[in-house]
Design a protein around this ligand. Structure first.
Ligand SMILES: C[S@@+](CC[C@H](N)C(=O)[O-])C[C@H]1O[C@@H](n2cnc3c(N)ncnc32)[C@H](O)[C@@H]1O
Length: 273
Protein backbone atom coordinates (compact mmCIF):
# COMPACT_ATOMS: atom_id res chain seq x y z
CA UNK A 1 0.00 0.00 0.00
CA UNK A 2 1.55 3.31 -1.02
CA UNK A 3 0.51 6.88 -0.34
CA UNK A 4 -0.81 9.55 -2.66
CA UNK A 5 2.62 11.10 -3.35
CA UNK A 6 4.25 7.78 -4.26
CA UNK A 7 1.26 6.91 -6.47
CA UNK A 8 1.51 10.27 -8.22
CA UNK A 9 5.19 9.75 -9.13
CA UNK A 10 5.23 5.99 -9.86
CA UNK A 11 4.41 6.44 -13.55
CA UNK A 12 2.30 3.29 -13.72
CA UNK A 13 5.20 1.09 -12.51
CA UNK A 14 8.10 -0.82 -14.18
CA UNK A 15 9.80 2.50 -14.94
CA UNK A 16 13.34 1.20 -15.54
CA UNK A 17 12.07 -1.50 -17.91
CA UNK A 18 9.95 1.05 -19.80
CA UNK A 19 12.88 3.46 -20.15
CA UNK A 20 15.11 0.64 -21.44
CA UNK A 21 12.39 -0.42 -23.86
CA UNK A 22 11.91 3.18 -25.12
CA UNK A 23 15.65 3.52 -25.66
CA UNK A 24 15.79 0.26 -27.64
CA UNK A 25 12.76 1.31 -29.71
CA UNK A 26 14.65 4.48 -30.66
CA UNK A 27 17.74 2.47 -31.58
CA UNK A 28 19.74 3.63 -28.54
CA UNK A 29 21.91 1.46 -26.32
CA UNK A 30 21.74 2.52 -22.64
CA UNK A 31 25.40 1.58 -22.05
CA UNK A 32 26.59 4.06 -24.70
CA UNK A 33 24.87 7.08 -23.11
CA UNK A 34 26.15 9.73 -20.68
CA UNK A 35 24.37 11.26 -17.64
CA UNK A 36 23.69 14.43 -19.68
CA UNK A 37 21.87 12.34 -22.31
CA UNK A 38 19.20 11.44 -19.73
CA UNK A 39 18.69 15.01 -18.50
CA UNK A 40 15.30 15.65 -20.15
CA UNK A 41 14.00 12.64 -18.23
CA UNK A 42 15.87 12.49 -14.95
CA UNK A 43 16.39 16.19 -14.11
CA UNK A 44 12.74 16.74 -13.25
CA UNK A 45 12.75 20.46 -12.49
CA UNK A 46 12.69 23.83 -14.23
CA UNK A 47 15.80 24.51 -16.35
CA UNK A 48 16.96 20.89 -15.96
CA UNK A 49 20.66 20.11 -15.83
CA UNK A 50 21.70 23.76 -16.28
CA UNK A 51 20.03 24.64 -12.96
CA UNK A 52 21.75 21.72 -11.21
CA UNK A 53 25.16 22.77 -12.56
CA UNK A 54 24.62 26.33 -11.25
CA UNK A 55 23.85 24.98 -7.77
CA UNK A 56 26.68 22.42 -7.88
CA UNK A 57 29.18 25.23 -8.52
CA UNK A 58 28.18 26.79 -5.17
CA UNK A 59 28.27 23.64 -3.05
CA UNK A 60 32.02 23.49 -2.29
CA UNK A 61 32.14 19.88 -3.48
CA UNK A 62 35.39 17.95 -3.82
CA UNK A 63 36.08 14.40 -4.93
CA UNK A 64 36.20 13.48 -1.21
CA UNK A 65 32.77 14.96 -0.40
CA UNK A 66 29.84 12.84 0.73
CA UNK A 67 26.70 14.61 -0.51
CA UNK A 68 22.99 14.00 0.07
CA UNK A 69 20.25 14.60 -2.52
CA UNK A 70 16.91 14.86 -0.69
CA UNK A 71 13.99 13.84 -2.94
CA UNK A 72 16.27 12.42 -5.63
CA UNK A 73 13.56 11.19 -8.02
CA UNK A 74 15.12 9.40 -11.01
CA UNK A 75 18.58 10.45 -9.79
CA UNK A 76 19.59 13.06 -12.37
CA UNK A 77 20.67 15.67 -9.81
CA UNK A 78 22.69 13.05 -7.86
CA UNK A 79 24.48 11.85 -11.00
CA UNK A 80 25.23 15.38 -12.21
CA UNK A 81 26.91 16.18 -8.87
CA UNK A 82 28.78 12.86 -8.82
CA UNK A 83 29.93 13.19 -12.42
CA UNK A 84 31.03 16.83 -12.28
CA UNK A 85 32.58 16.93 -8.77
CA UNK A 86 33.68 13.29 -8.56
CA UNK A 87 32.04 13.07 -5.13
CA UNK A 88 29.77 10.38 -3.69
CA UNK A 89 26.04 11.17 -3.61
CA UNK A 90 23.32 9.39 -1.66
CA UNK A 91 19.88 10.01 -3.11
CA UNK A 92 16.86 9.57 -0.85
CA UNK A 93 13.28 9.57 -2.13
CA UNK A 94 9.83 8.66 -0.83
CA UNK A 95 8.78 6.82 -4.02
CA UNK A 96 10.19 3.25 -4.20
CA UNK A 97 9.61 3.00 -7.98
CA UNK A 98 11.80 6.08 -8.58
CA UNK A 99 14.57 4.79 -6.27
CA UNK A 100 14.69 1.48 -8.16
CA UNK A 101 14.79 3.23 -11.56
CA UNK A 102 17.45 5.70 -10.34
CA UNK A 103 19.69 2.82 -9.23
CA UNK A 104 19.19 1.05 -12.56
CA UNK A 105 20.08 4.16 -14.61
CA UNK A 106 23.26 4.60 -12.52
CA UNK A 107 24.18 1.00 -13.41
CA UNK A 108 23.75 1.74 -17.13
CA UNK A 109 25.96 4.83 -16.78
CA UNK A 110 28.72 3.17 -14.72
CA UNK A 111 28.03 5.38 -11.68
CA UNK A 112 27.20 2.71 -9.08
CA UNK A 113 30.36 3.46 -7.08
CA UNK A 114 29.53 7.20 -6.94
CA UNK A 115 25.76 7.10 -6.31
CA UNK A 116 23.34 5.10 -4.22
CA UNK A 117 19.61 5.48 -3.82
CA UNK A 118 17.37 4.62 -0.91
CA UNK A 119 13.73 4.95 -0.06
CA UNK A 120 12.98 7.29 2.83
CA UNK A 121 11.16 10.38 4.04
CA UNK A 122 12.80 13.82 4.00
CA UNK A 123 11.14 14.64 7.34
CA UNK A 124 12.75 11.62 9.05
CA UNK A 125 16.18 11.07 7.53
CA UNK A 126 17.70 7.65 8.32
CA UNK A 127 21.23 9.03 8.88
CA UNK A 128 23.35 9.90 11.91
CA UNK A 129 24.09 13.53 12.85
CA UNK A 130 26.88 15.23 10.79
CA UNK A 131 26.92 12.45 8.14
CA UNK A 132 27.29 14.65 5.02
CA UNK A 133 29.59 17.38 3.65
CA UNK A 134 26.88 18.93 1.42
CA UNK A 135 23.19 18.50 0.61
CA UNK A 136 20.81 19.53 -2.13
CA UNK A 137 17.05 19.37 -2.60
CA UNK A 138 15.41 20.23 -5.92
CA UNK A 139 11.65 20.67 -6.40
CA UNK A 140 10.63 18.48 -3.46
CA UNK A 141 9.28 20.66 -0.63
CA UNK A 142 6.13 21.51 -2.60
CA UNK A 143 4.92 18.01 -1.64
CA UNK A 144 5.83 18.39 2.05
CA UNK A 145 3.64 20.22 4.59
CA UNK A 146 6.14 19.73 7.48
CA UNK A 147 8.94 21.83 5.95
CA UNK A 148 10.17 22.74 9.44
CA UNK A 149 10.91 19.04 10.06
CA UNK A 150 12.43 18.60 6.59
CA UNK A 151 14.93 21.45 7.07
CA UNK A 152 15.67 20.53 10.72
CA UNK A 153 16.56 17.03 9.48
CA UNK A 154 18.78 18.41 6.71
CA UNK A 155 20.56 20.61 9.26
CA UNK A 156 21.02 17.65 11.66
CA UNK A 157 22.70 15.33 9.11
CA UNK A 158 24.99 18.06 7.73
CA UNK A 159 28.46 18.72 9.08
CA UNK A 160 28.68 22.29 10.48
CA UNK A 161 30.00 24.70 7.84
CA UNK A 162 28.74 22.66 4.88
CA UNK A 163 26.41 23.95 2.15
CA UNK A 164 22.71 23.13 1.74
CA UNK A 165 21.36 24.10 -1.71
CA UNK A 166 17.59 24.40 -2.00
CA UNK A 167 15.84 24.94 -5.34
CA UNK A 168 12.08 24.95 -5.18
CA UNK A 169 8.73 25.96 -6.56
CA UNK A 170 7.13 28.63 -4.39
CA UNK A 171 3.80 30.39 -4.01
CA UNK A 172 3.60 33.76 -5.75
CA UNK A 173 1.17 36.61 -5.22
CA UNK A 174 -0.77 36.08 -8.49
CA UNK A 175 -3.30 33.53 -7.17
CA UNK A 176 -3.68 29.84 -6.34
CA UNK A 177 -2.21 26.86 -8.24
CA UNK A 178 -3.97 25.33 -11.20
CA UNK A 179 -4.20 21.53 -11.18
CA UNK A 180 -3.05 19.11 -12.41
CA UNK A 181 0.53 20.26 -11.71
CA UNK A 182 3.56 18.00 -12.29
CA UNK A 183 3.98 17.54 -8.50
CA UNK A 184 0.29 17.08 -7.69
CA UNK A 185 -2.76 16.09 -9.71
CA UNK A 186 -4.94 17.72 -7.06
CA UNK A 187 -4.45 20.13 -4.13
CA UNK A 188 -4.23 17.64 -1.21
CA UNK A 189 -0.51 16.88 -1.87
CA UNK A 190 0.51 20.43 -2.86
CA UNK A 191 2.05 22.62 -0.13
CA UNK A 192 3.82 25.69 -1.47
CA UNK A 193 5.61 28.21 0.75
CA UNK A 194 6.22 31.86 -0.13
CA UNK A 195 9.81 33.18 -0.51
CA UNK A 196 9.52 34.93 2.89
CA UNK A 197 8.26 31.74 4.56
CA UNK A 198 11.18 29.81 3.05
CA UNK A 199 13.76 32.22 4.42
CA UNK A 200 12.16 32.04 7.88
CA UNK A 201 11.95 28.22 7.79
CA UNK A 202 15.58 27.81 6.76
CA UNK A 203 16.85 30.26 9.39
CA UNK A 204 14.69 28.67 12.10
CA UNK A 205 16.18 25.28 11.21
CA UNK A 206 19.60 26.73 12.11
CA UNK A 207 20.95 27.57 8.64
CA UNK A 208 22.77 30.78 7.78
CA UNK A 209 21.32 32.13 4.52
CA UNK A 210 24.19 32.87 2.10
CA UNK A 211 22.11 33.82 -0.95
CA UNK A 212 18.58 33.63 -2.36
CA UNK A 213 17.96 33.90 -6.09
CA UNK A 214 14.68 34.13 -7.99
CA UNK A 215 14.62 32.43 -11.41
CA UNK A 216 10.91 32.62 -12.36
CA UNK A 217 11.51 34.58 -15.59
CA UNK A 218 14.23 32.12 -16.68
CA UNK A 219 11.95 29.15 -15.84
CA UNK A 220 9.12 30.63 -17.92
CA UNK A 221 11.46 31.24 -20.89
CA UNK A 222 12.82 27.68 -20.61
CA UNK A 223 9.31 26.15 -20.58
CA UNK A 224 8.09 28.37 -23.41
CA UNK A 225 11.07 27.33 -25.56
CA UNK A 226 10.54 23.67 -24.78
CA UNK A 227 6.83 23.75 -25.61
CA UNK A 228 7.36 25.82 -28.77
CA UNK A 229 10.21 23.51 -29.86
CA UNK A 230 12.57 26.49 -30.21
CA UNK A 231 14.97 25.37 -27.46
CA UNK A 232 17.68 22.73 -27.88
CA UNK A 233 16.12 19.29 -28.52
CA UNK A 234 16.46 16.73 -25.69
CA UNK A 235 19.75 14.78 -26.11
CA UNK A 236 17.72 11.57 -26.08
CA UNK A 237 14.04 11.73 -27.11
CA UNK A 238 12.74 10.48 -23.75
CA UNK A 239 11.40 13.08 -21.33
CA UNK A 240 9.49 13.37 -18.05
CA UNK A 241 6.35 12.90 -20.15
CA UNK A 242 7.10 9.16 -19.64
CA UNK A 243 5.98 9.50 -16.00
CA UNK A 244 2.60 11.09 -16.75
CA UNK A 245 1.64 10.07 -20.29
CA UNK A 246 -1.00 12.19 -22.04
CA UNK A 247 -1.87 14.04 -18.80
CA UNK A 248 1.50 15.81 -19.06
CA UNK A 249 0.22 18.17 -21.81
CA UNK A 250 -2.37 19.73 -19.49
CA UNK A 251 0.21 19.99 -16.68
CA UNK A 252 2.54 21.94 -18.97
CA UNK A 253 -0.24 24.33 -20.08
CA UNK A 254 -1.11 24.94 -16.41
CA UNK A 255 2.55 25.57 -15.58
CA UNK A 256 2.88 28.13 -18.36
CA UNK A 257 -0.14 30.02 -17.07
CA UNK A 258 0.86 29.90 -13.38
CA UNK A 259 4.37 31.16 -14.20
CA UNK A 260 3.07 33.97 -16.44
CA UNK A 261 0.57 35.05 -13.79
CA UNK A 262 3.17 34.78 -11.03
CA UNK A 263 1.03 32.33 -9.08
CA UNK A 264 4.11 30.09 -9.08
CA UNK A 265 7.74 31.19 -8.64
CA UNK A 266 11.09 29.39 -8.77
CA UNK A 267 13.76 30.30 -6.22
CA UNK A 268 17.08 28.93 -4.98
CA UNK A 269 18.48 29.35 -1.48
CA UNK A 270 22.10 28.71 -0.61
CA UNK A 271 22.55 28.02 3.08
CA UNK A 272 25.40 27.14 5.43
CA UNK A 273 24.89 24.59 8.20
C1 LIG B 1 9.41 16.81 -8.99
S1 LIG B 1 10.24 15.44 -8.35
C2 LIG B 1 11.92 16.04 -8.31
C3 LIG B 1 12.94 14.94 -8.32
C4 LIG B 1 14.40 15.39 -8.37
N1 LIG B 1 14.76 16.17 -7.22
C5 LIG B 1 14.70 16.14 -9.64
O1 LIG B 1 14.81 17.37 -9.58
O2 LIG B 1 14.81 15.51 -10.69
C6 LIG B 1 9.79 15.45 -6.62
C7 LIG B 1 10.31 14.25 -5.84
O3 LIG B 1 10.10 14.46 -4.43
C8 LIG B 1 9.85 13.20 -3.85
N2 LIG B 1 9.25 13.42 -2.53
C9 LIG B 1 8.04 13.97 -2.24
N3 LIG B 1 7.84 13.99 -0.91
C10 LIG B 1 8.93 13.44 -0.33
C11 LIG B 1 9.33 13.16 1.02
N4 LIG B 1 8.53 13.45 2.07
N5 LIG B 1 10.54 12.62 1.24
C12 LIG B 1 11.37 12.31 0.19
N6 LIG B 1 11.03 12.52 -1.11
C13 LIG B 1 9.84 13.08 -1.37
C14 LIG B 1 8.96 12.51 -4.87
O4 LIG B 1 8.90 11.12 -4.68
C15 LIG B 1 9.64 12.94 -6.17
O5 LIG B 1 10.63 12.03 -6.55
Amino acid sequence: MTGKIEDHYSGGGSLAARIAEDLRAKGLESSSLTPADFSALDEFHFRGRAATLELAAQMRLTAQSKALDIGSGLGGVSRTLAETAGCHVTGLDLTPELCAAAAEISTWLGLTDKTDFMQGDATELPFADNSFDAAITVHVAMNIPAKDRMYAEARRVLRPGSVFAVYDILQGGGGGMIFPAPWAAEPSISHLATPQEMETLLCQAGFKLLDSIESTAESLRWLEERTAGTGPPPPVPITTRLLFGEGFKQMVQNQLRTLRERRMLTWSFLCEA
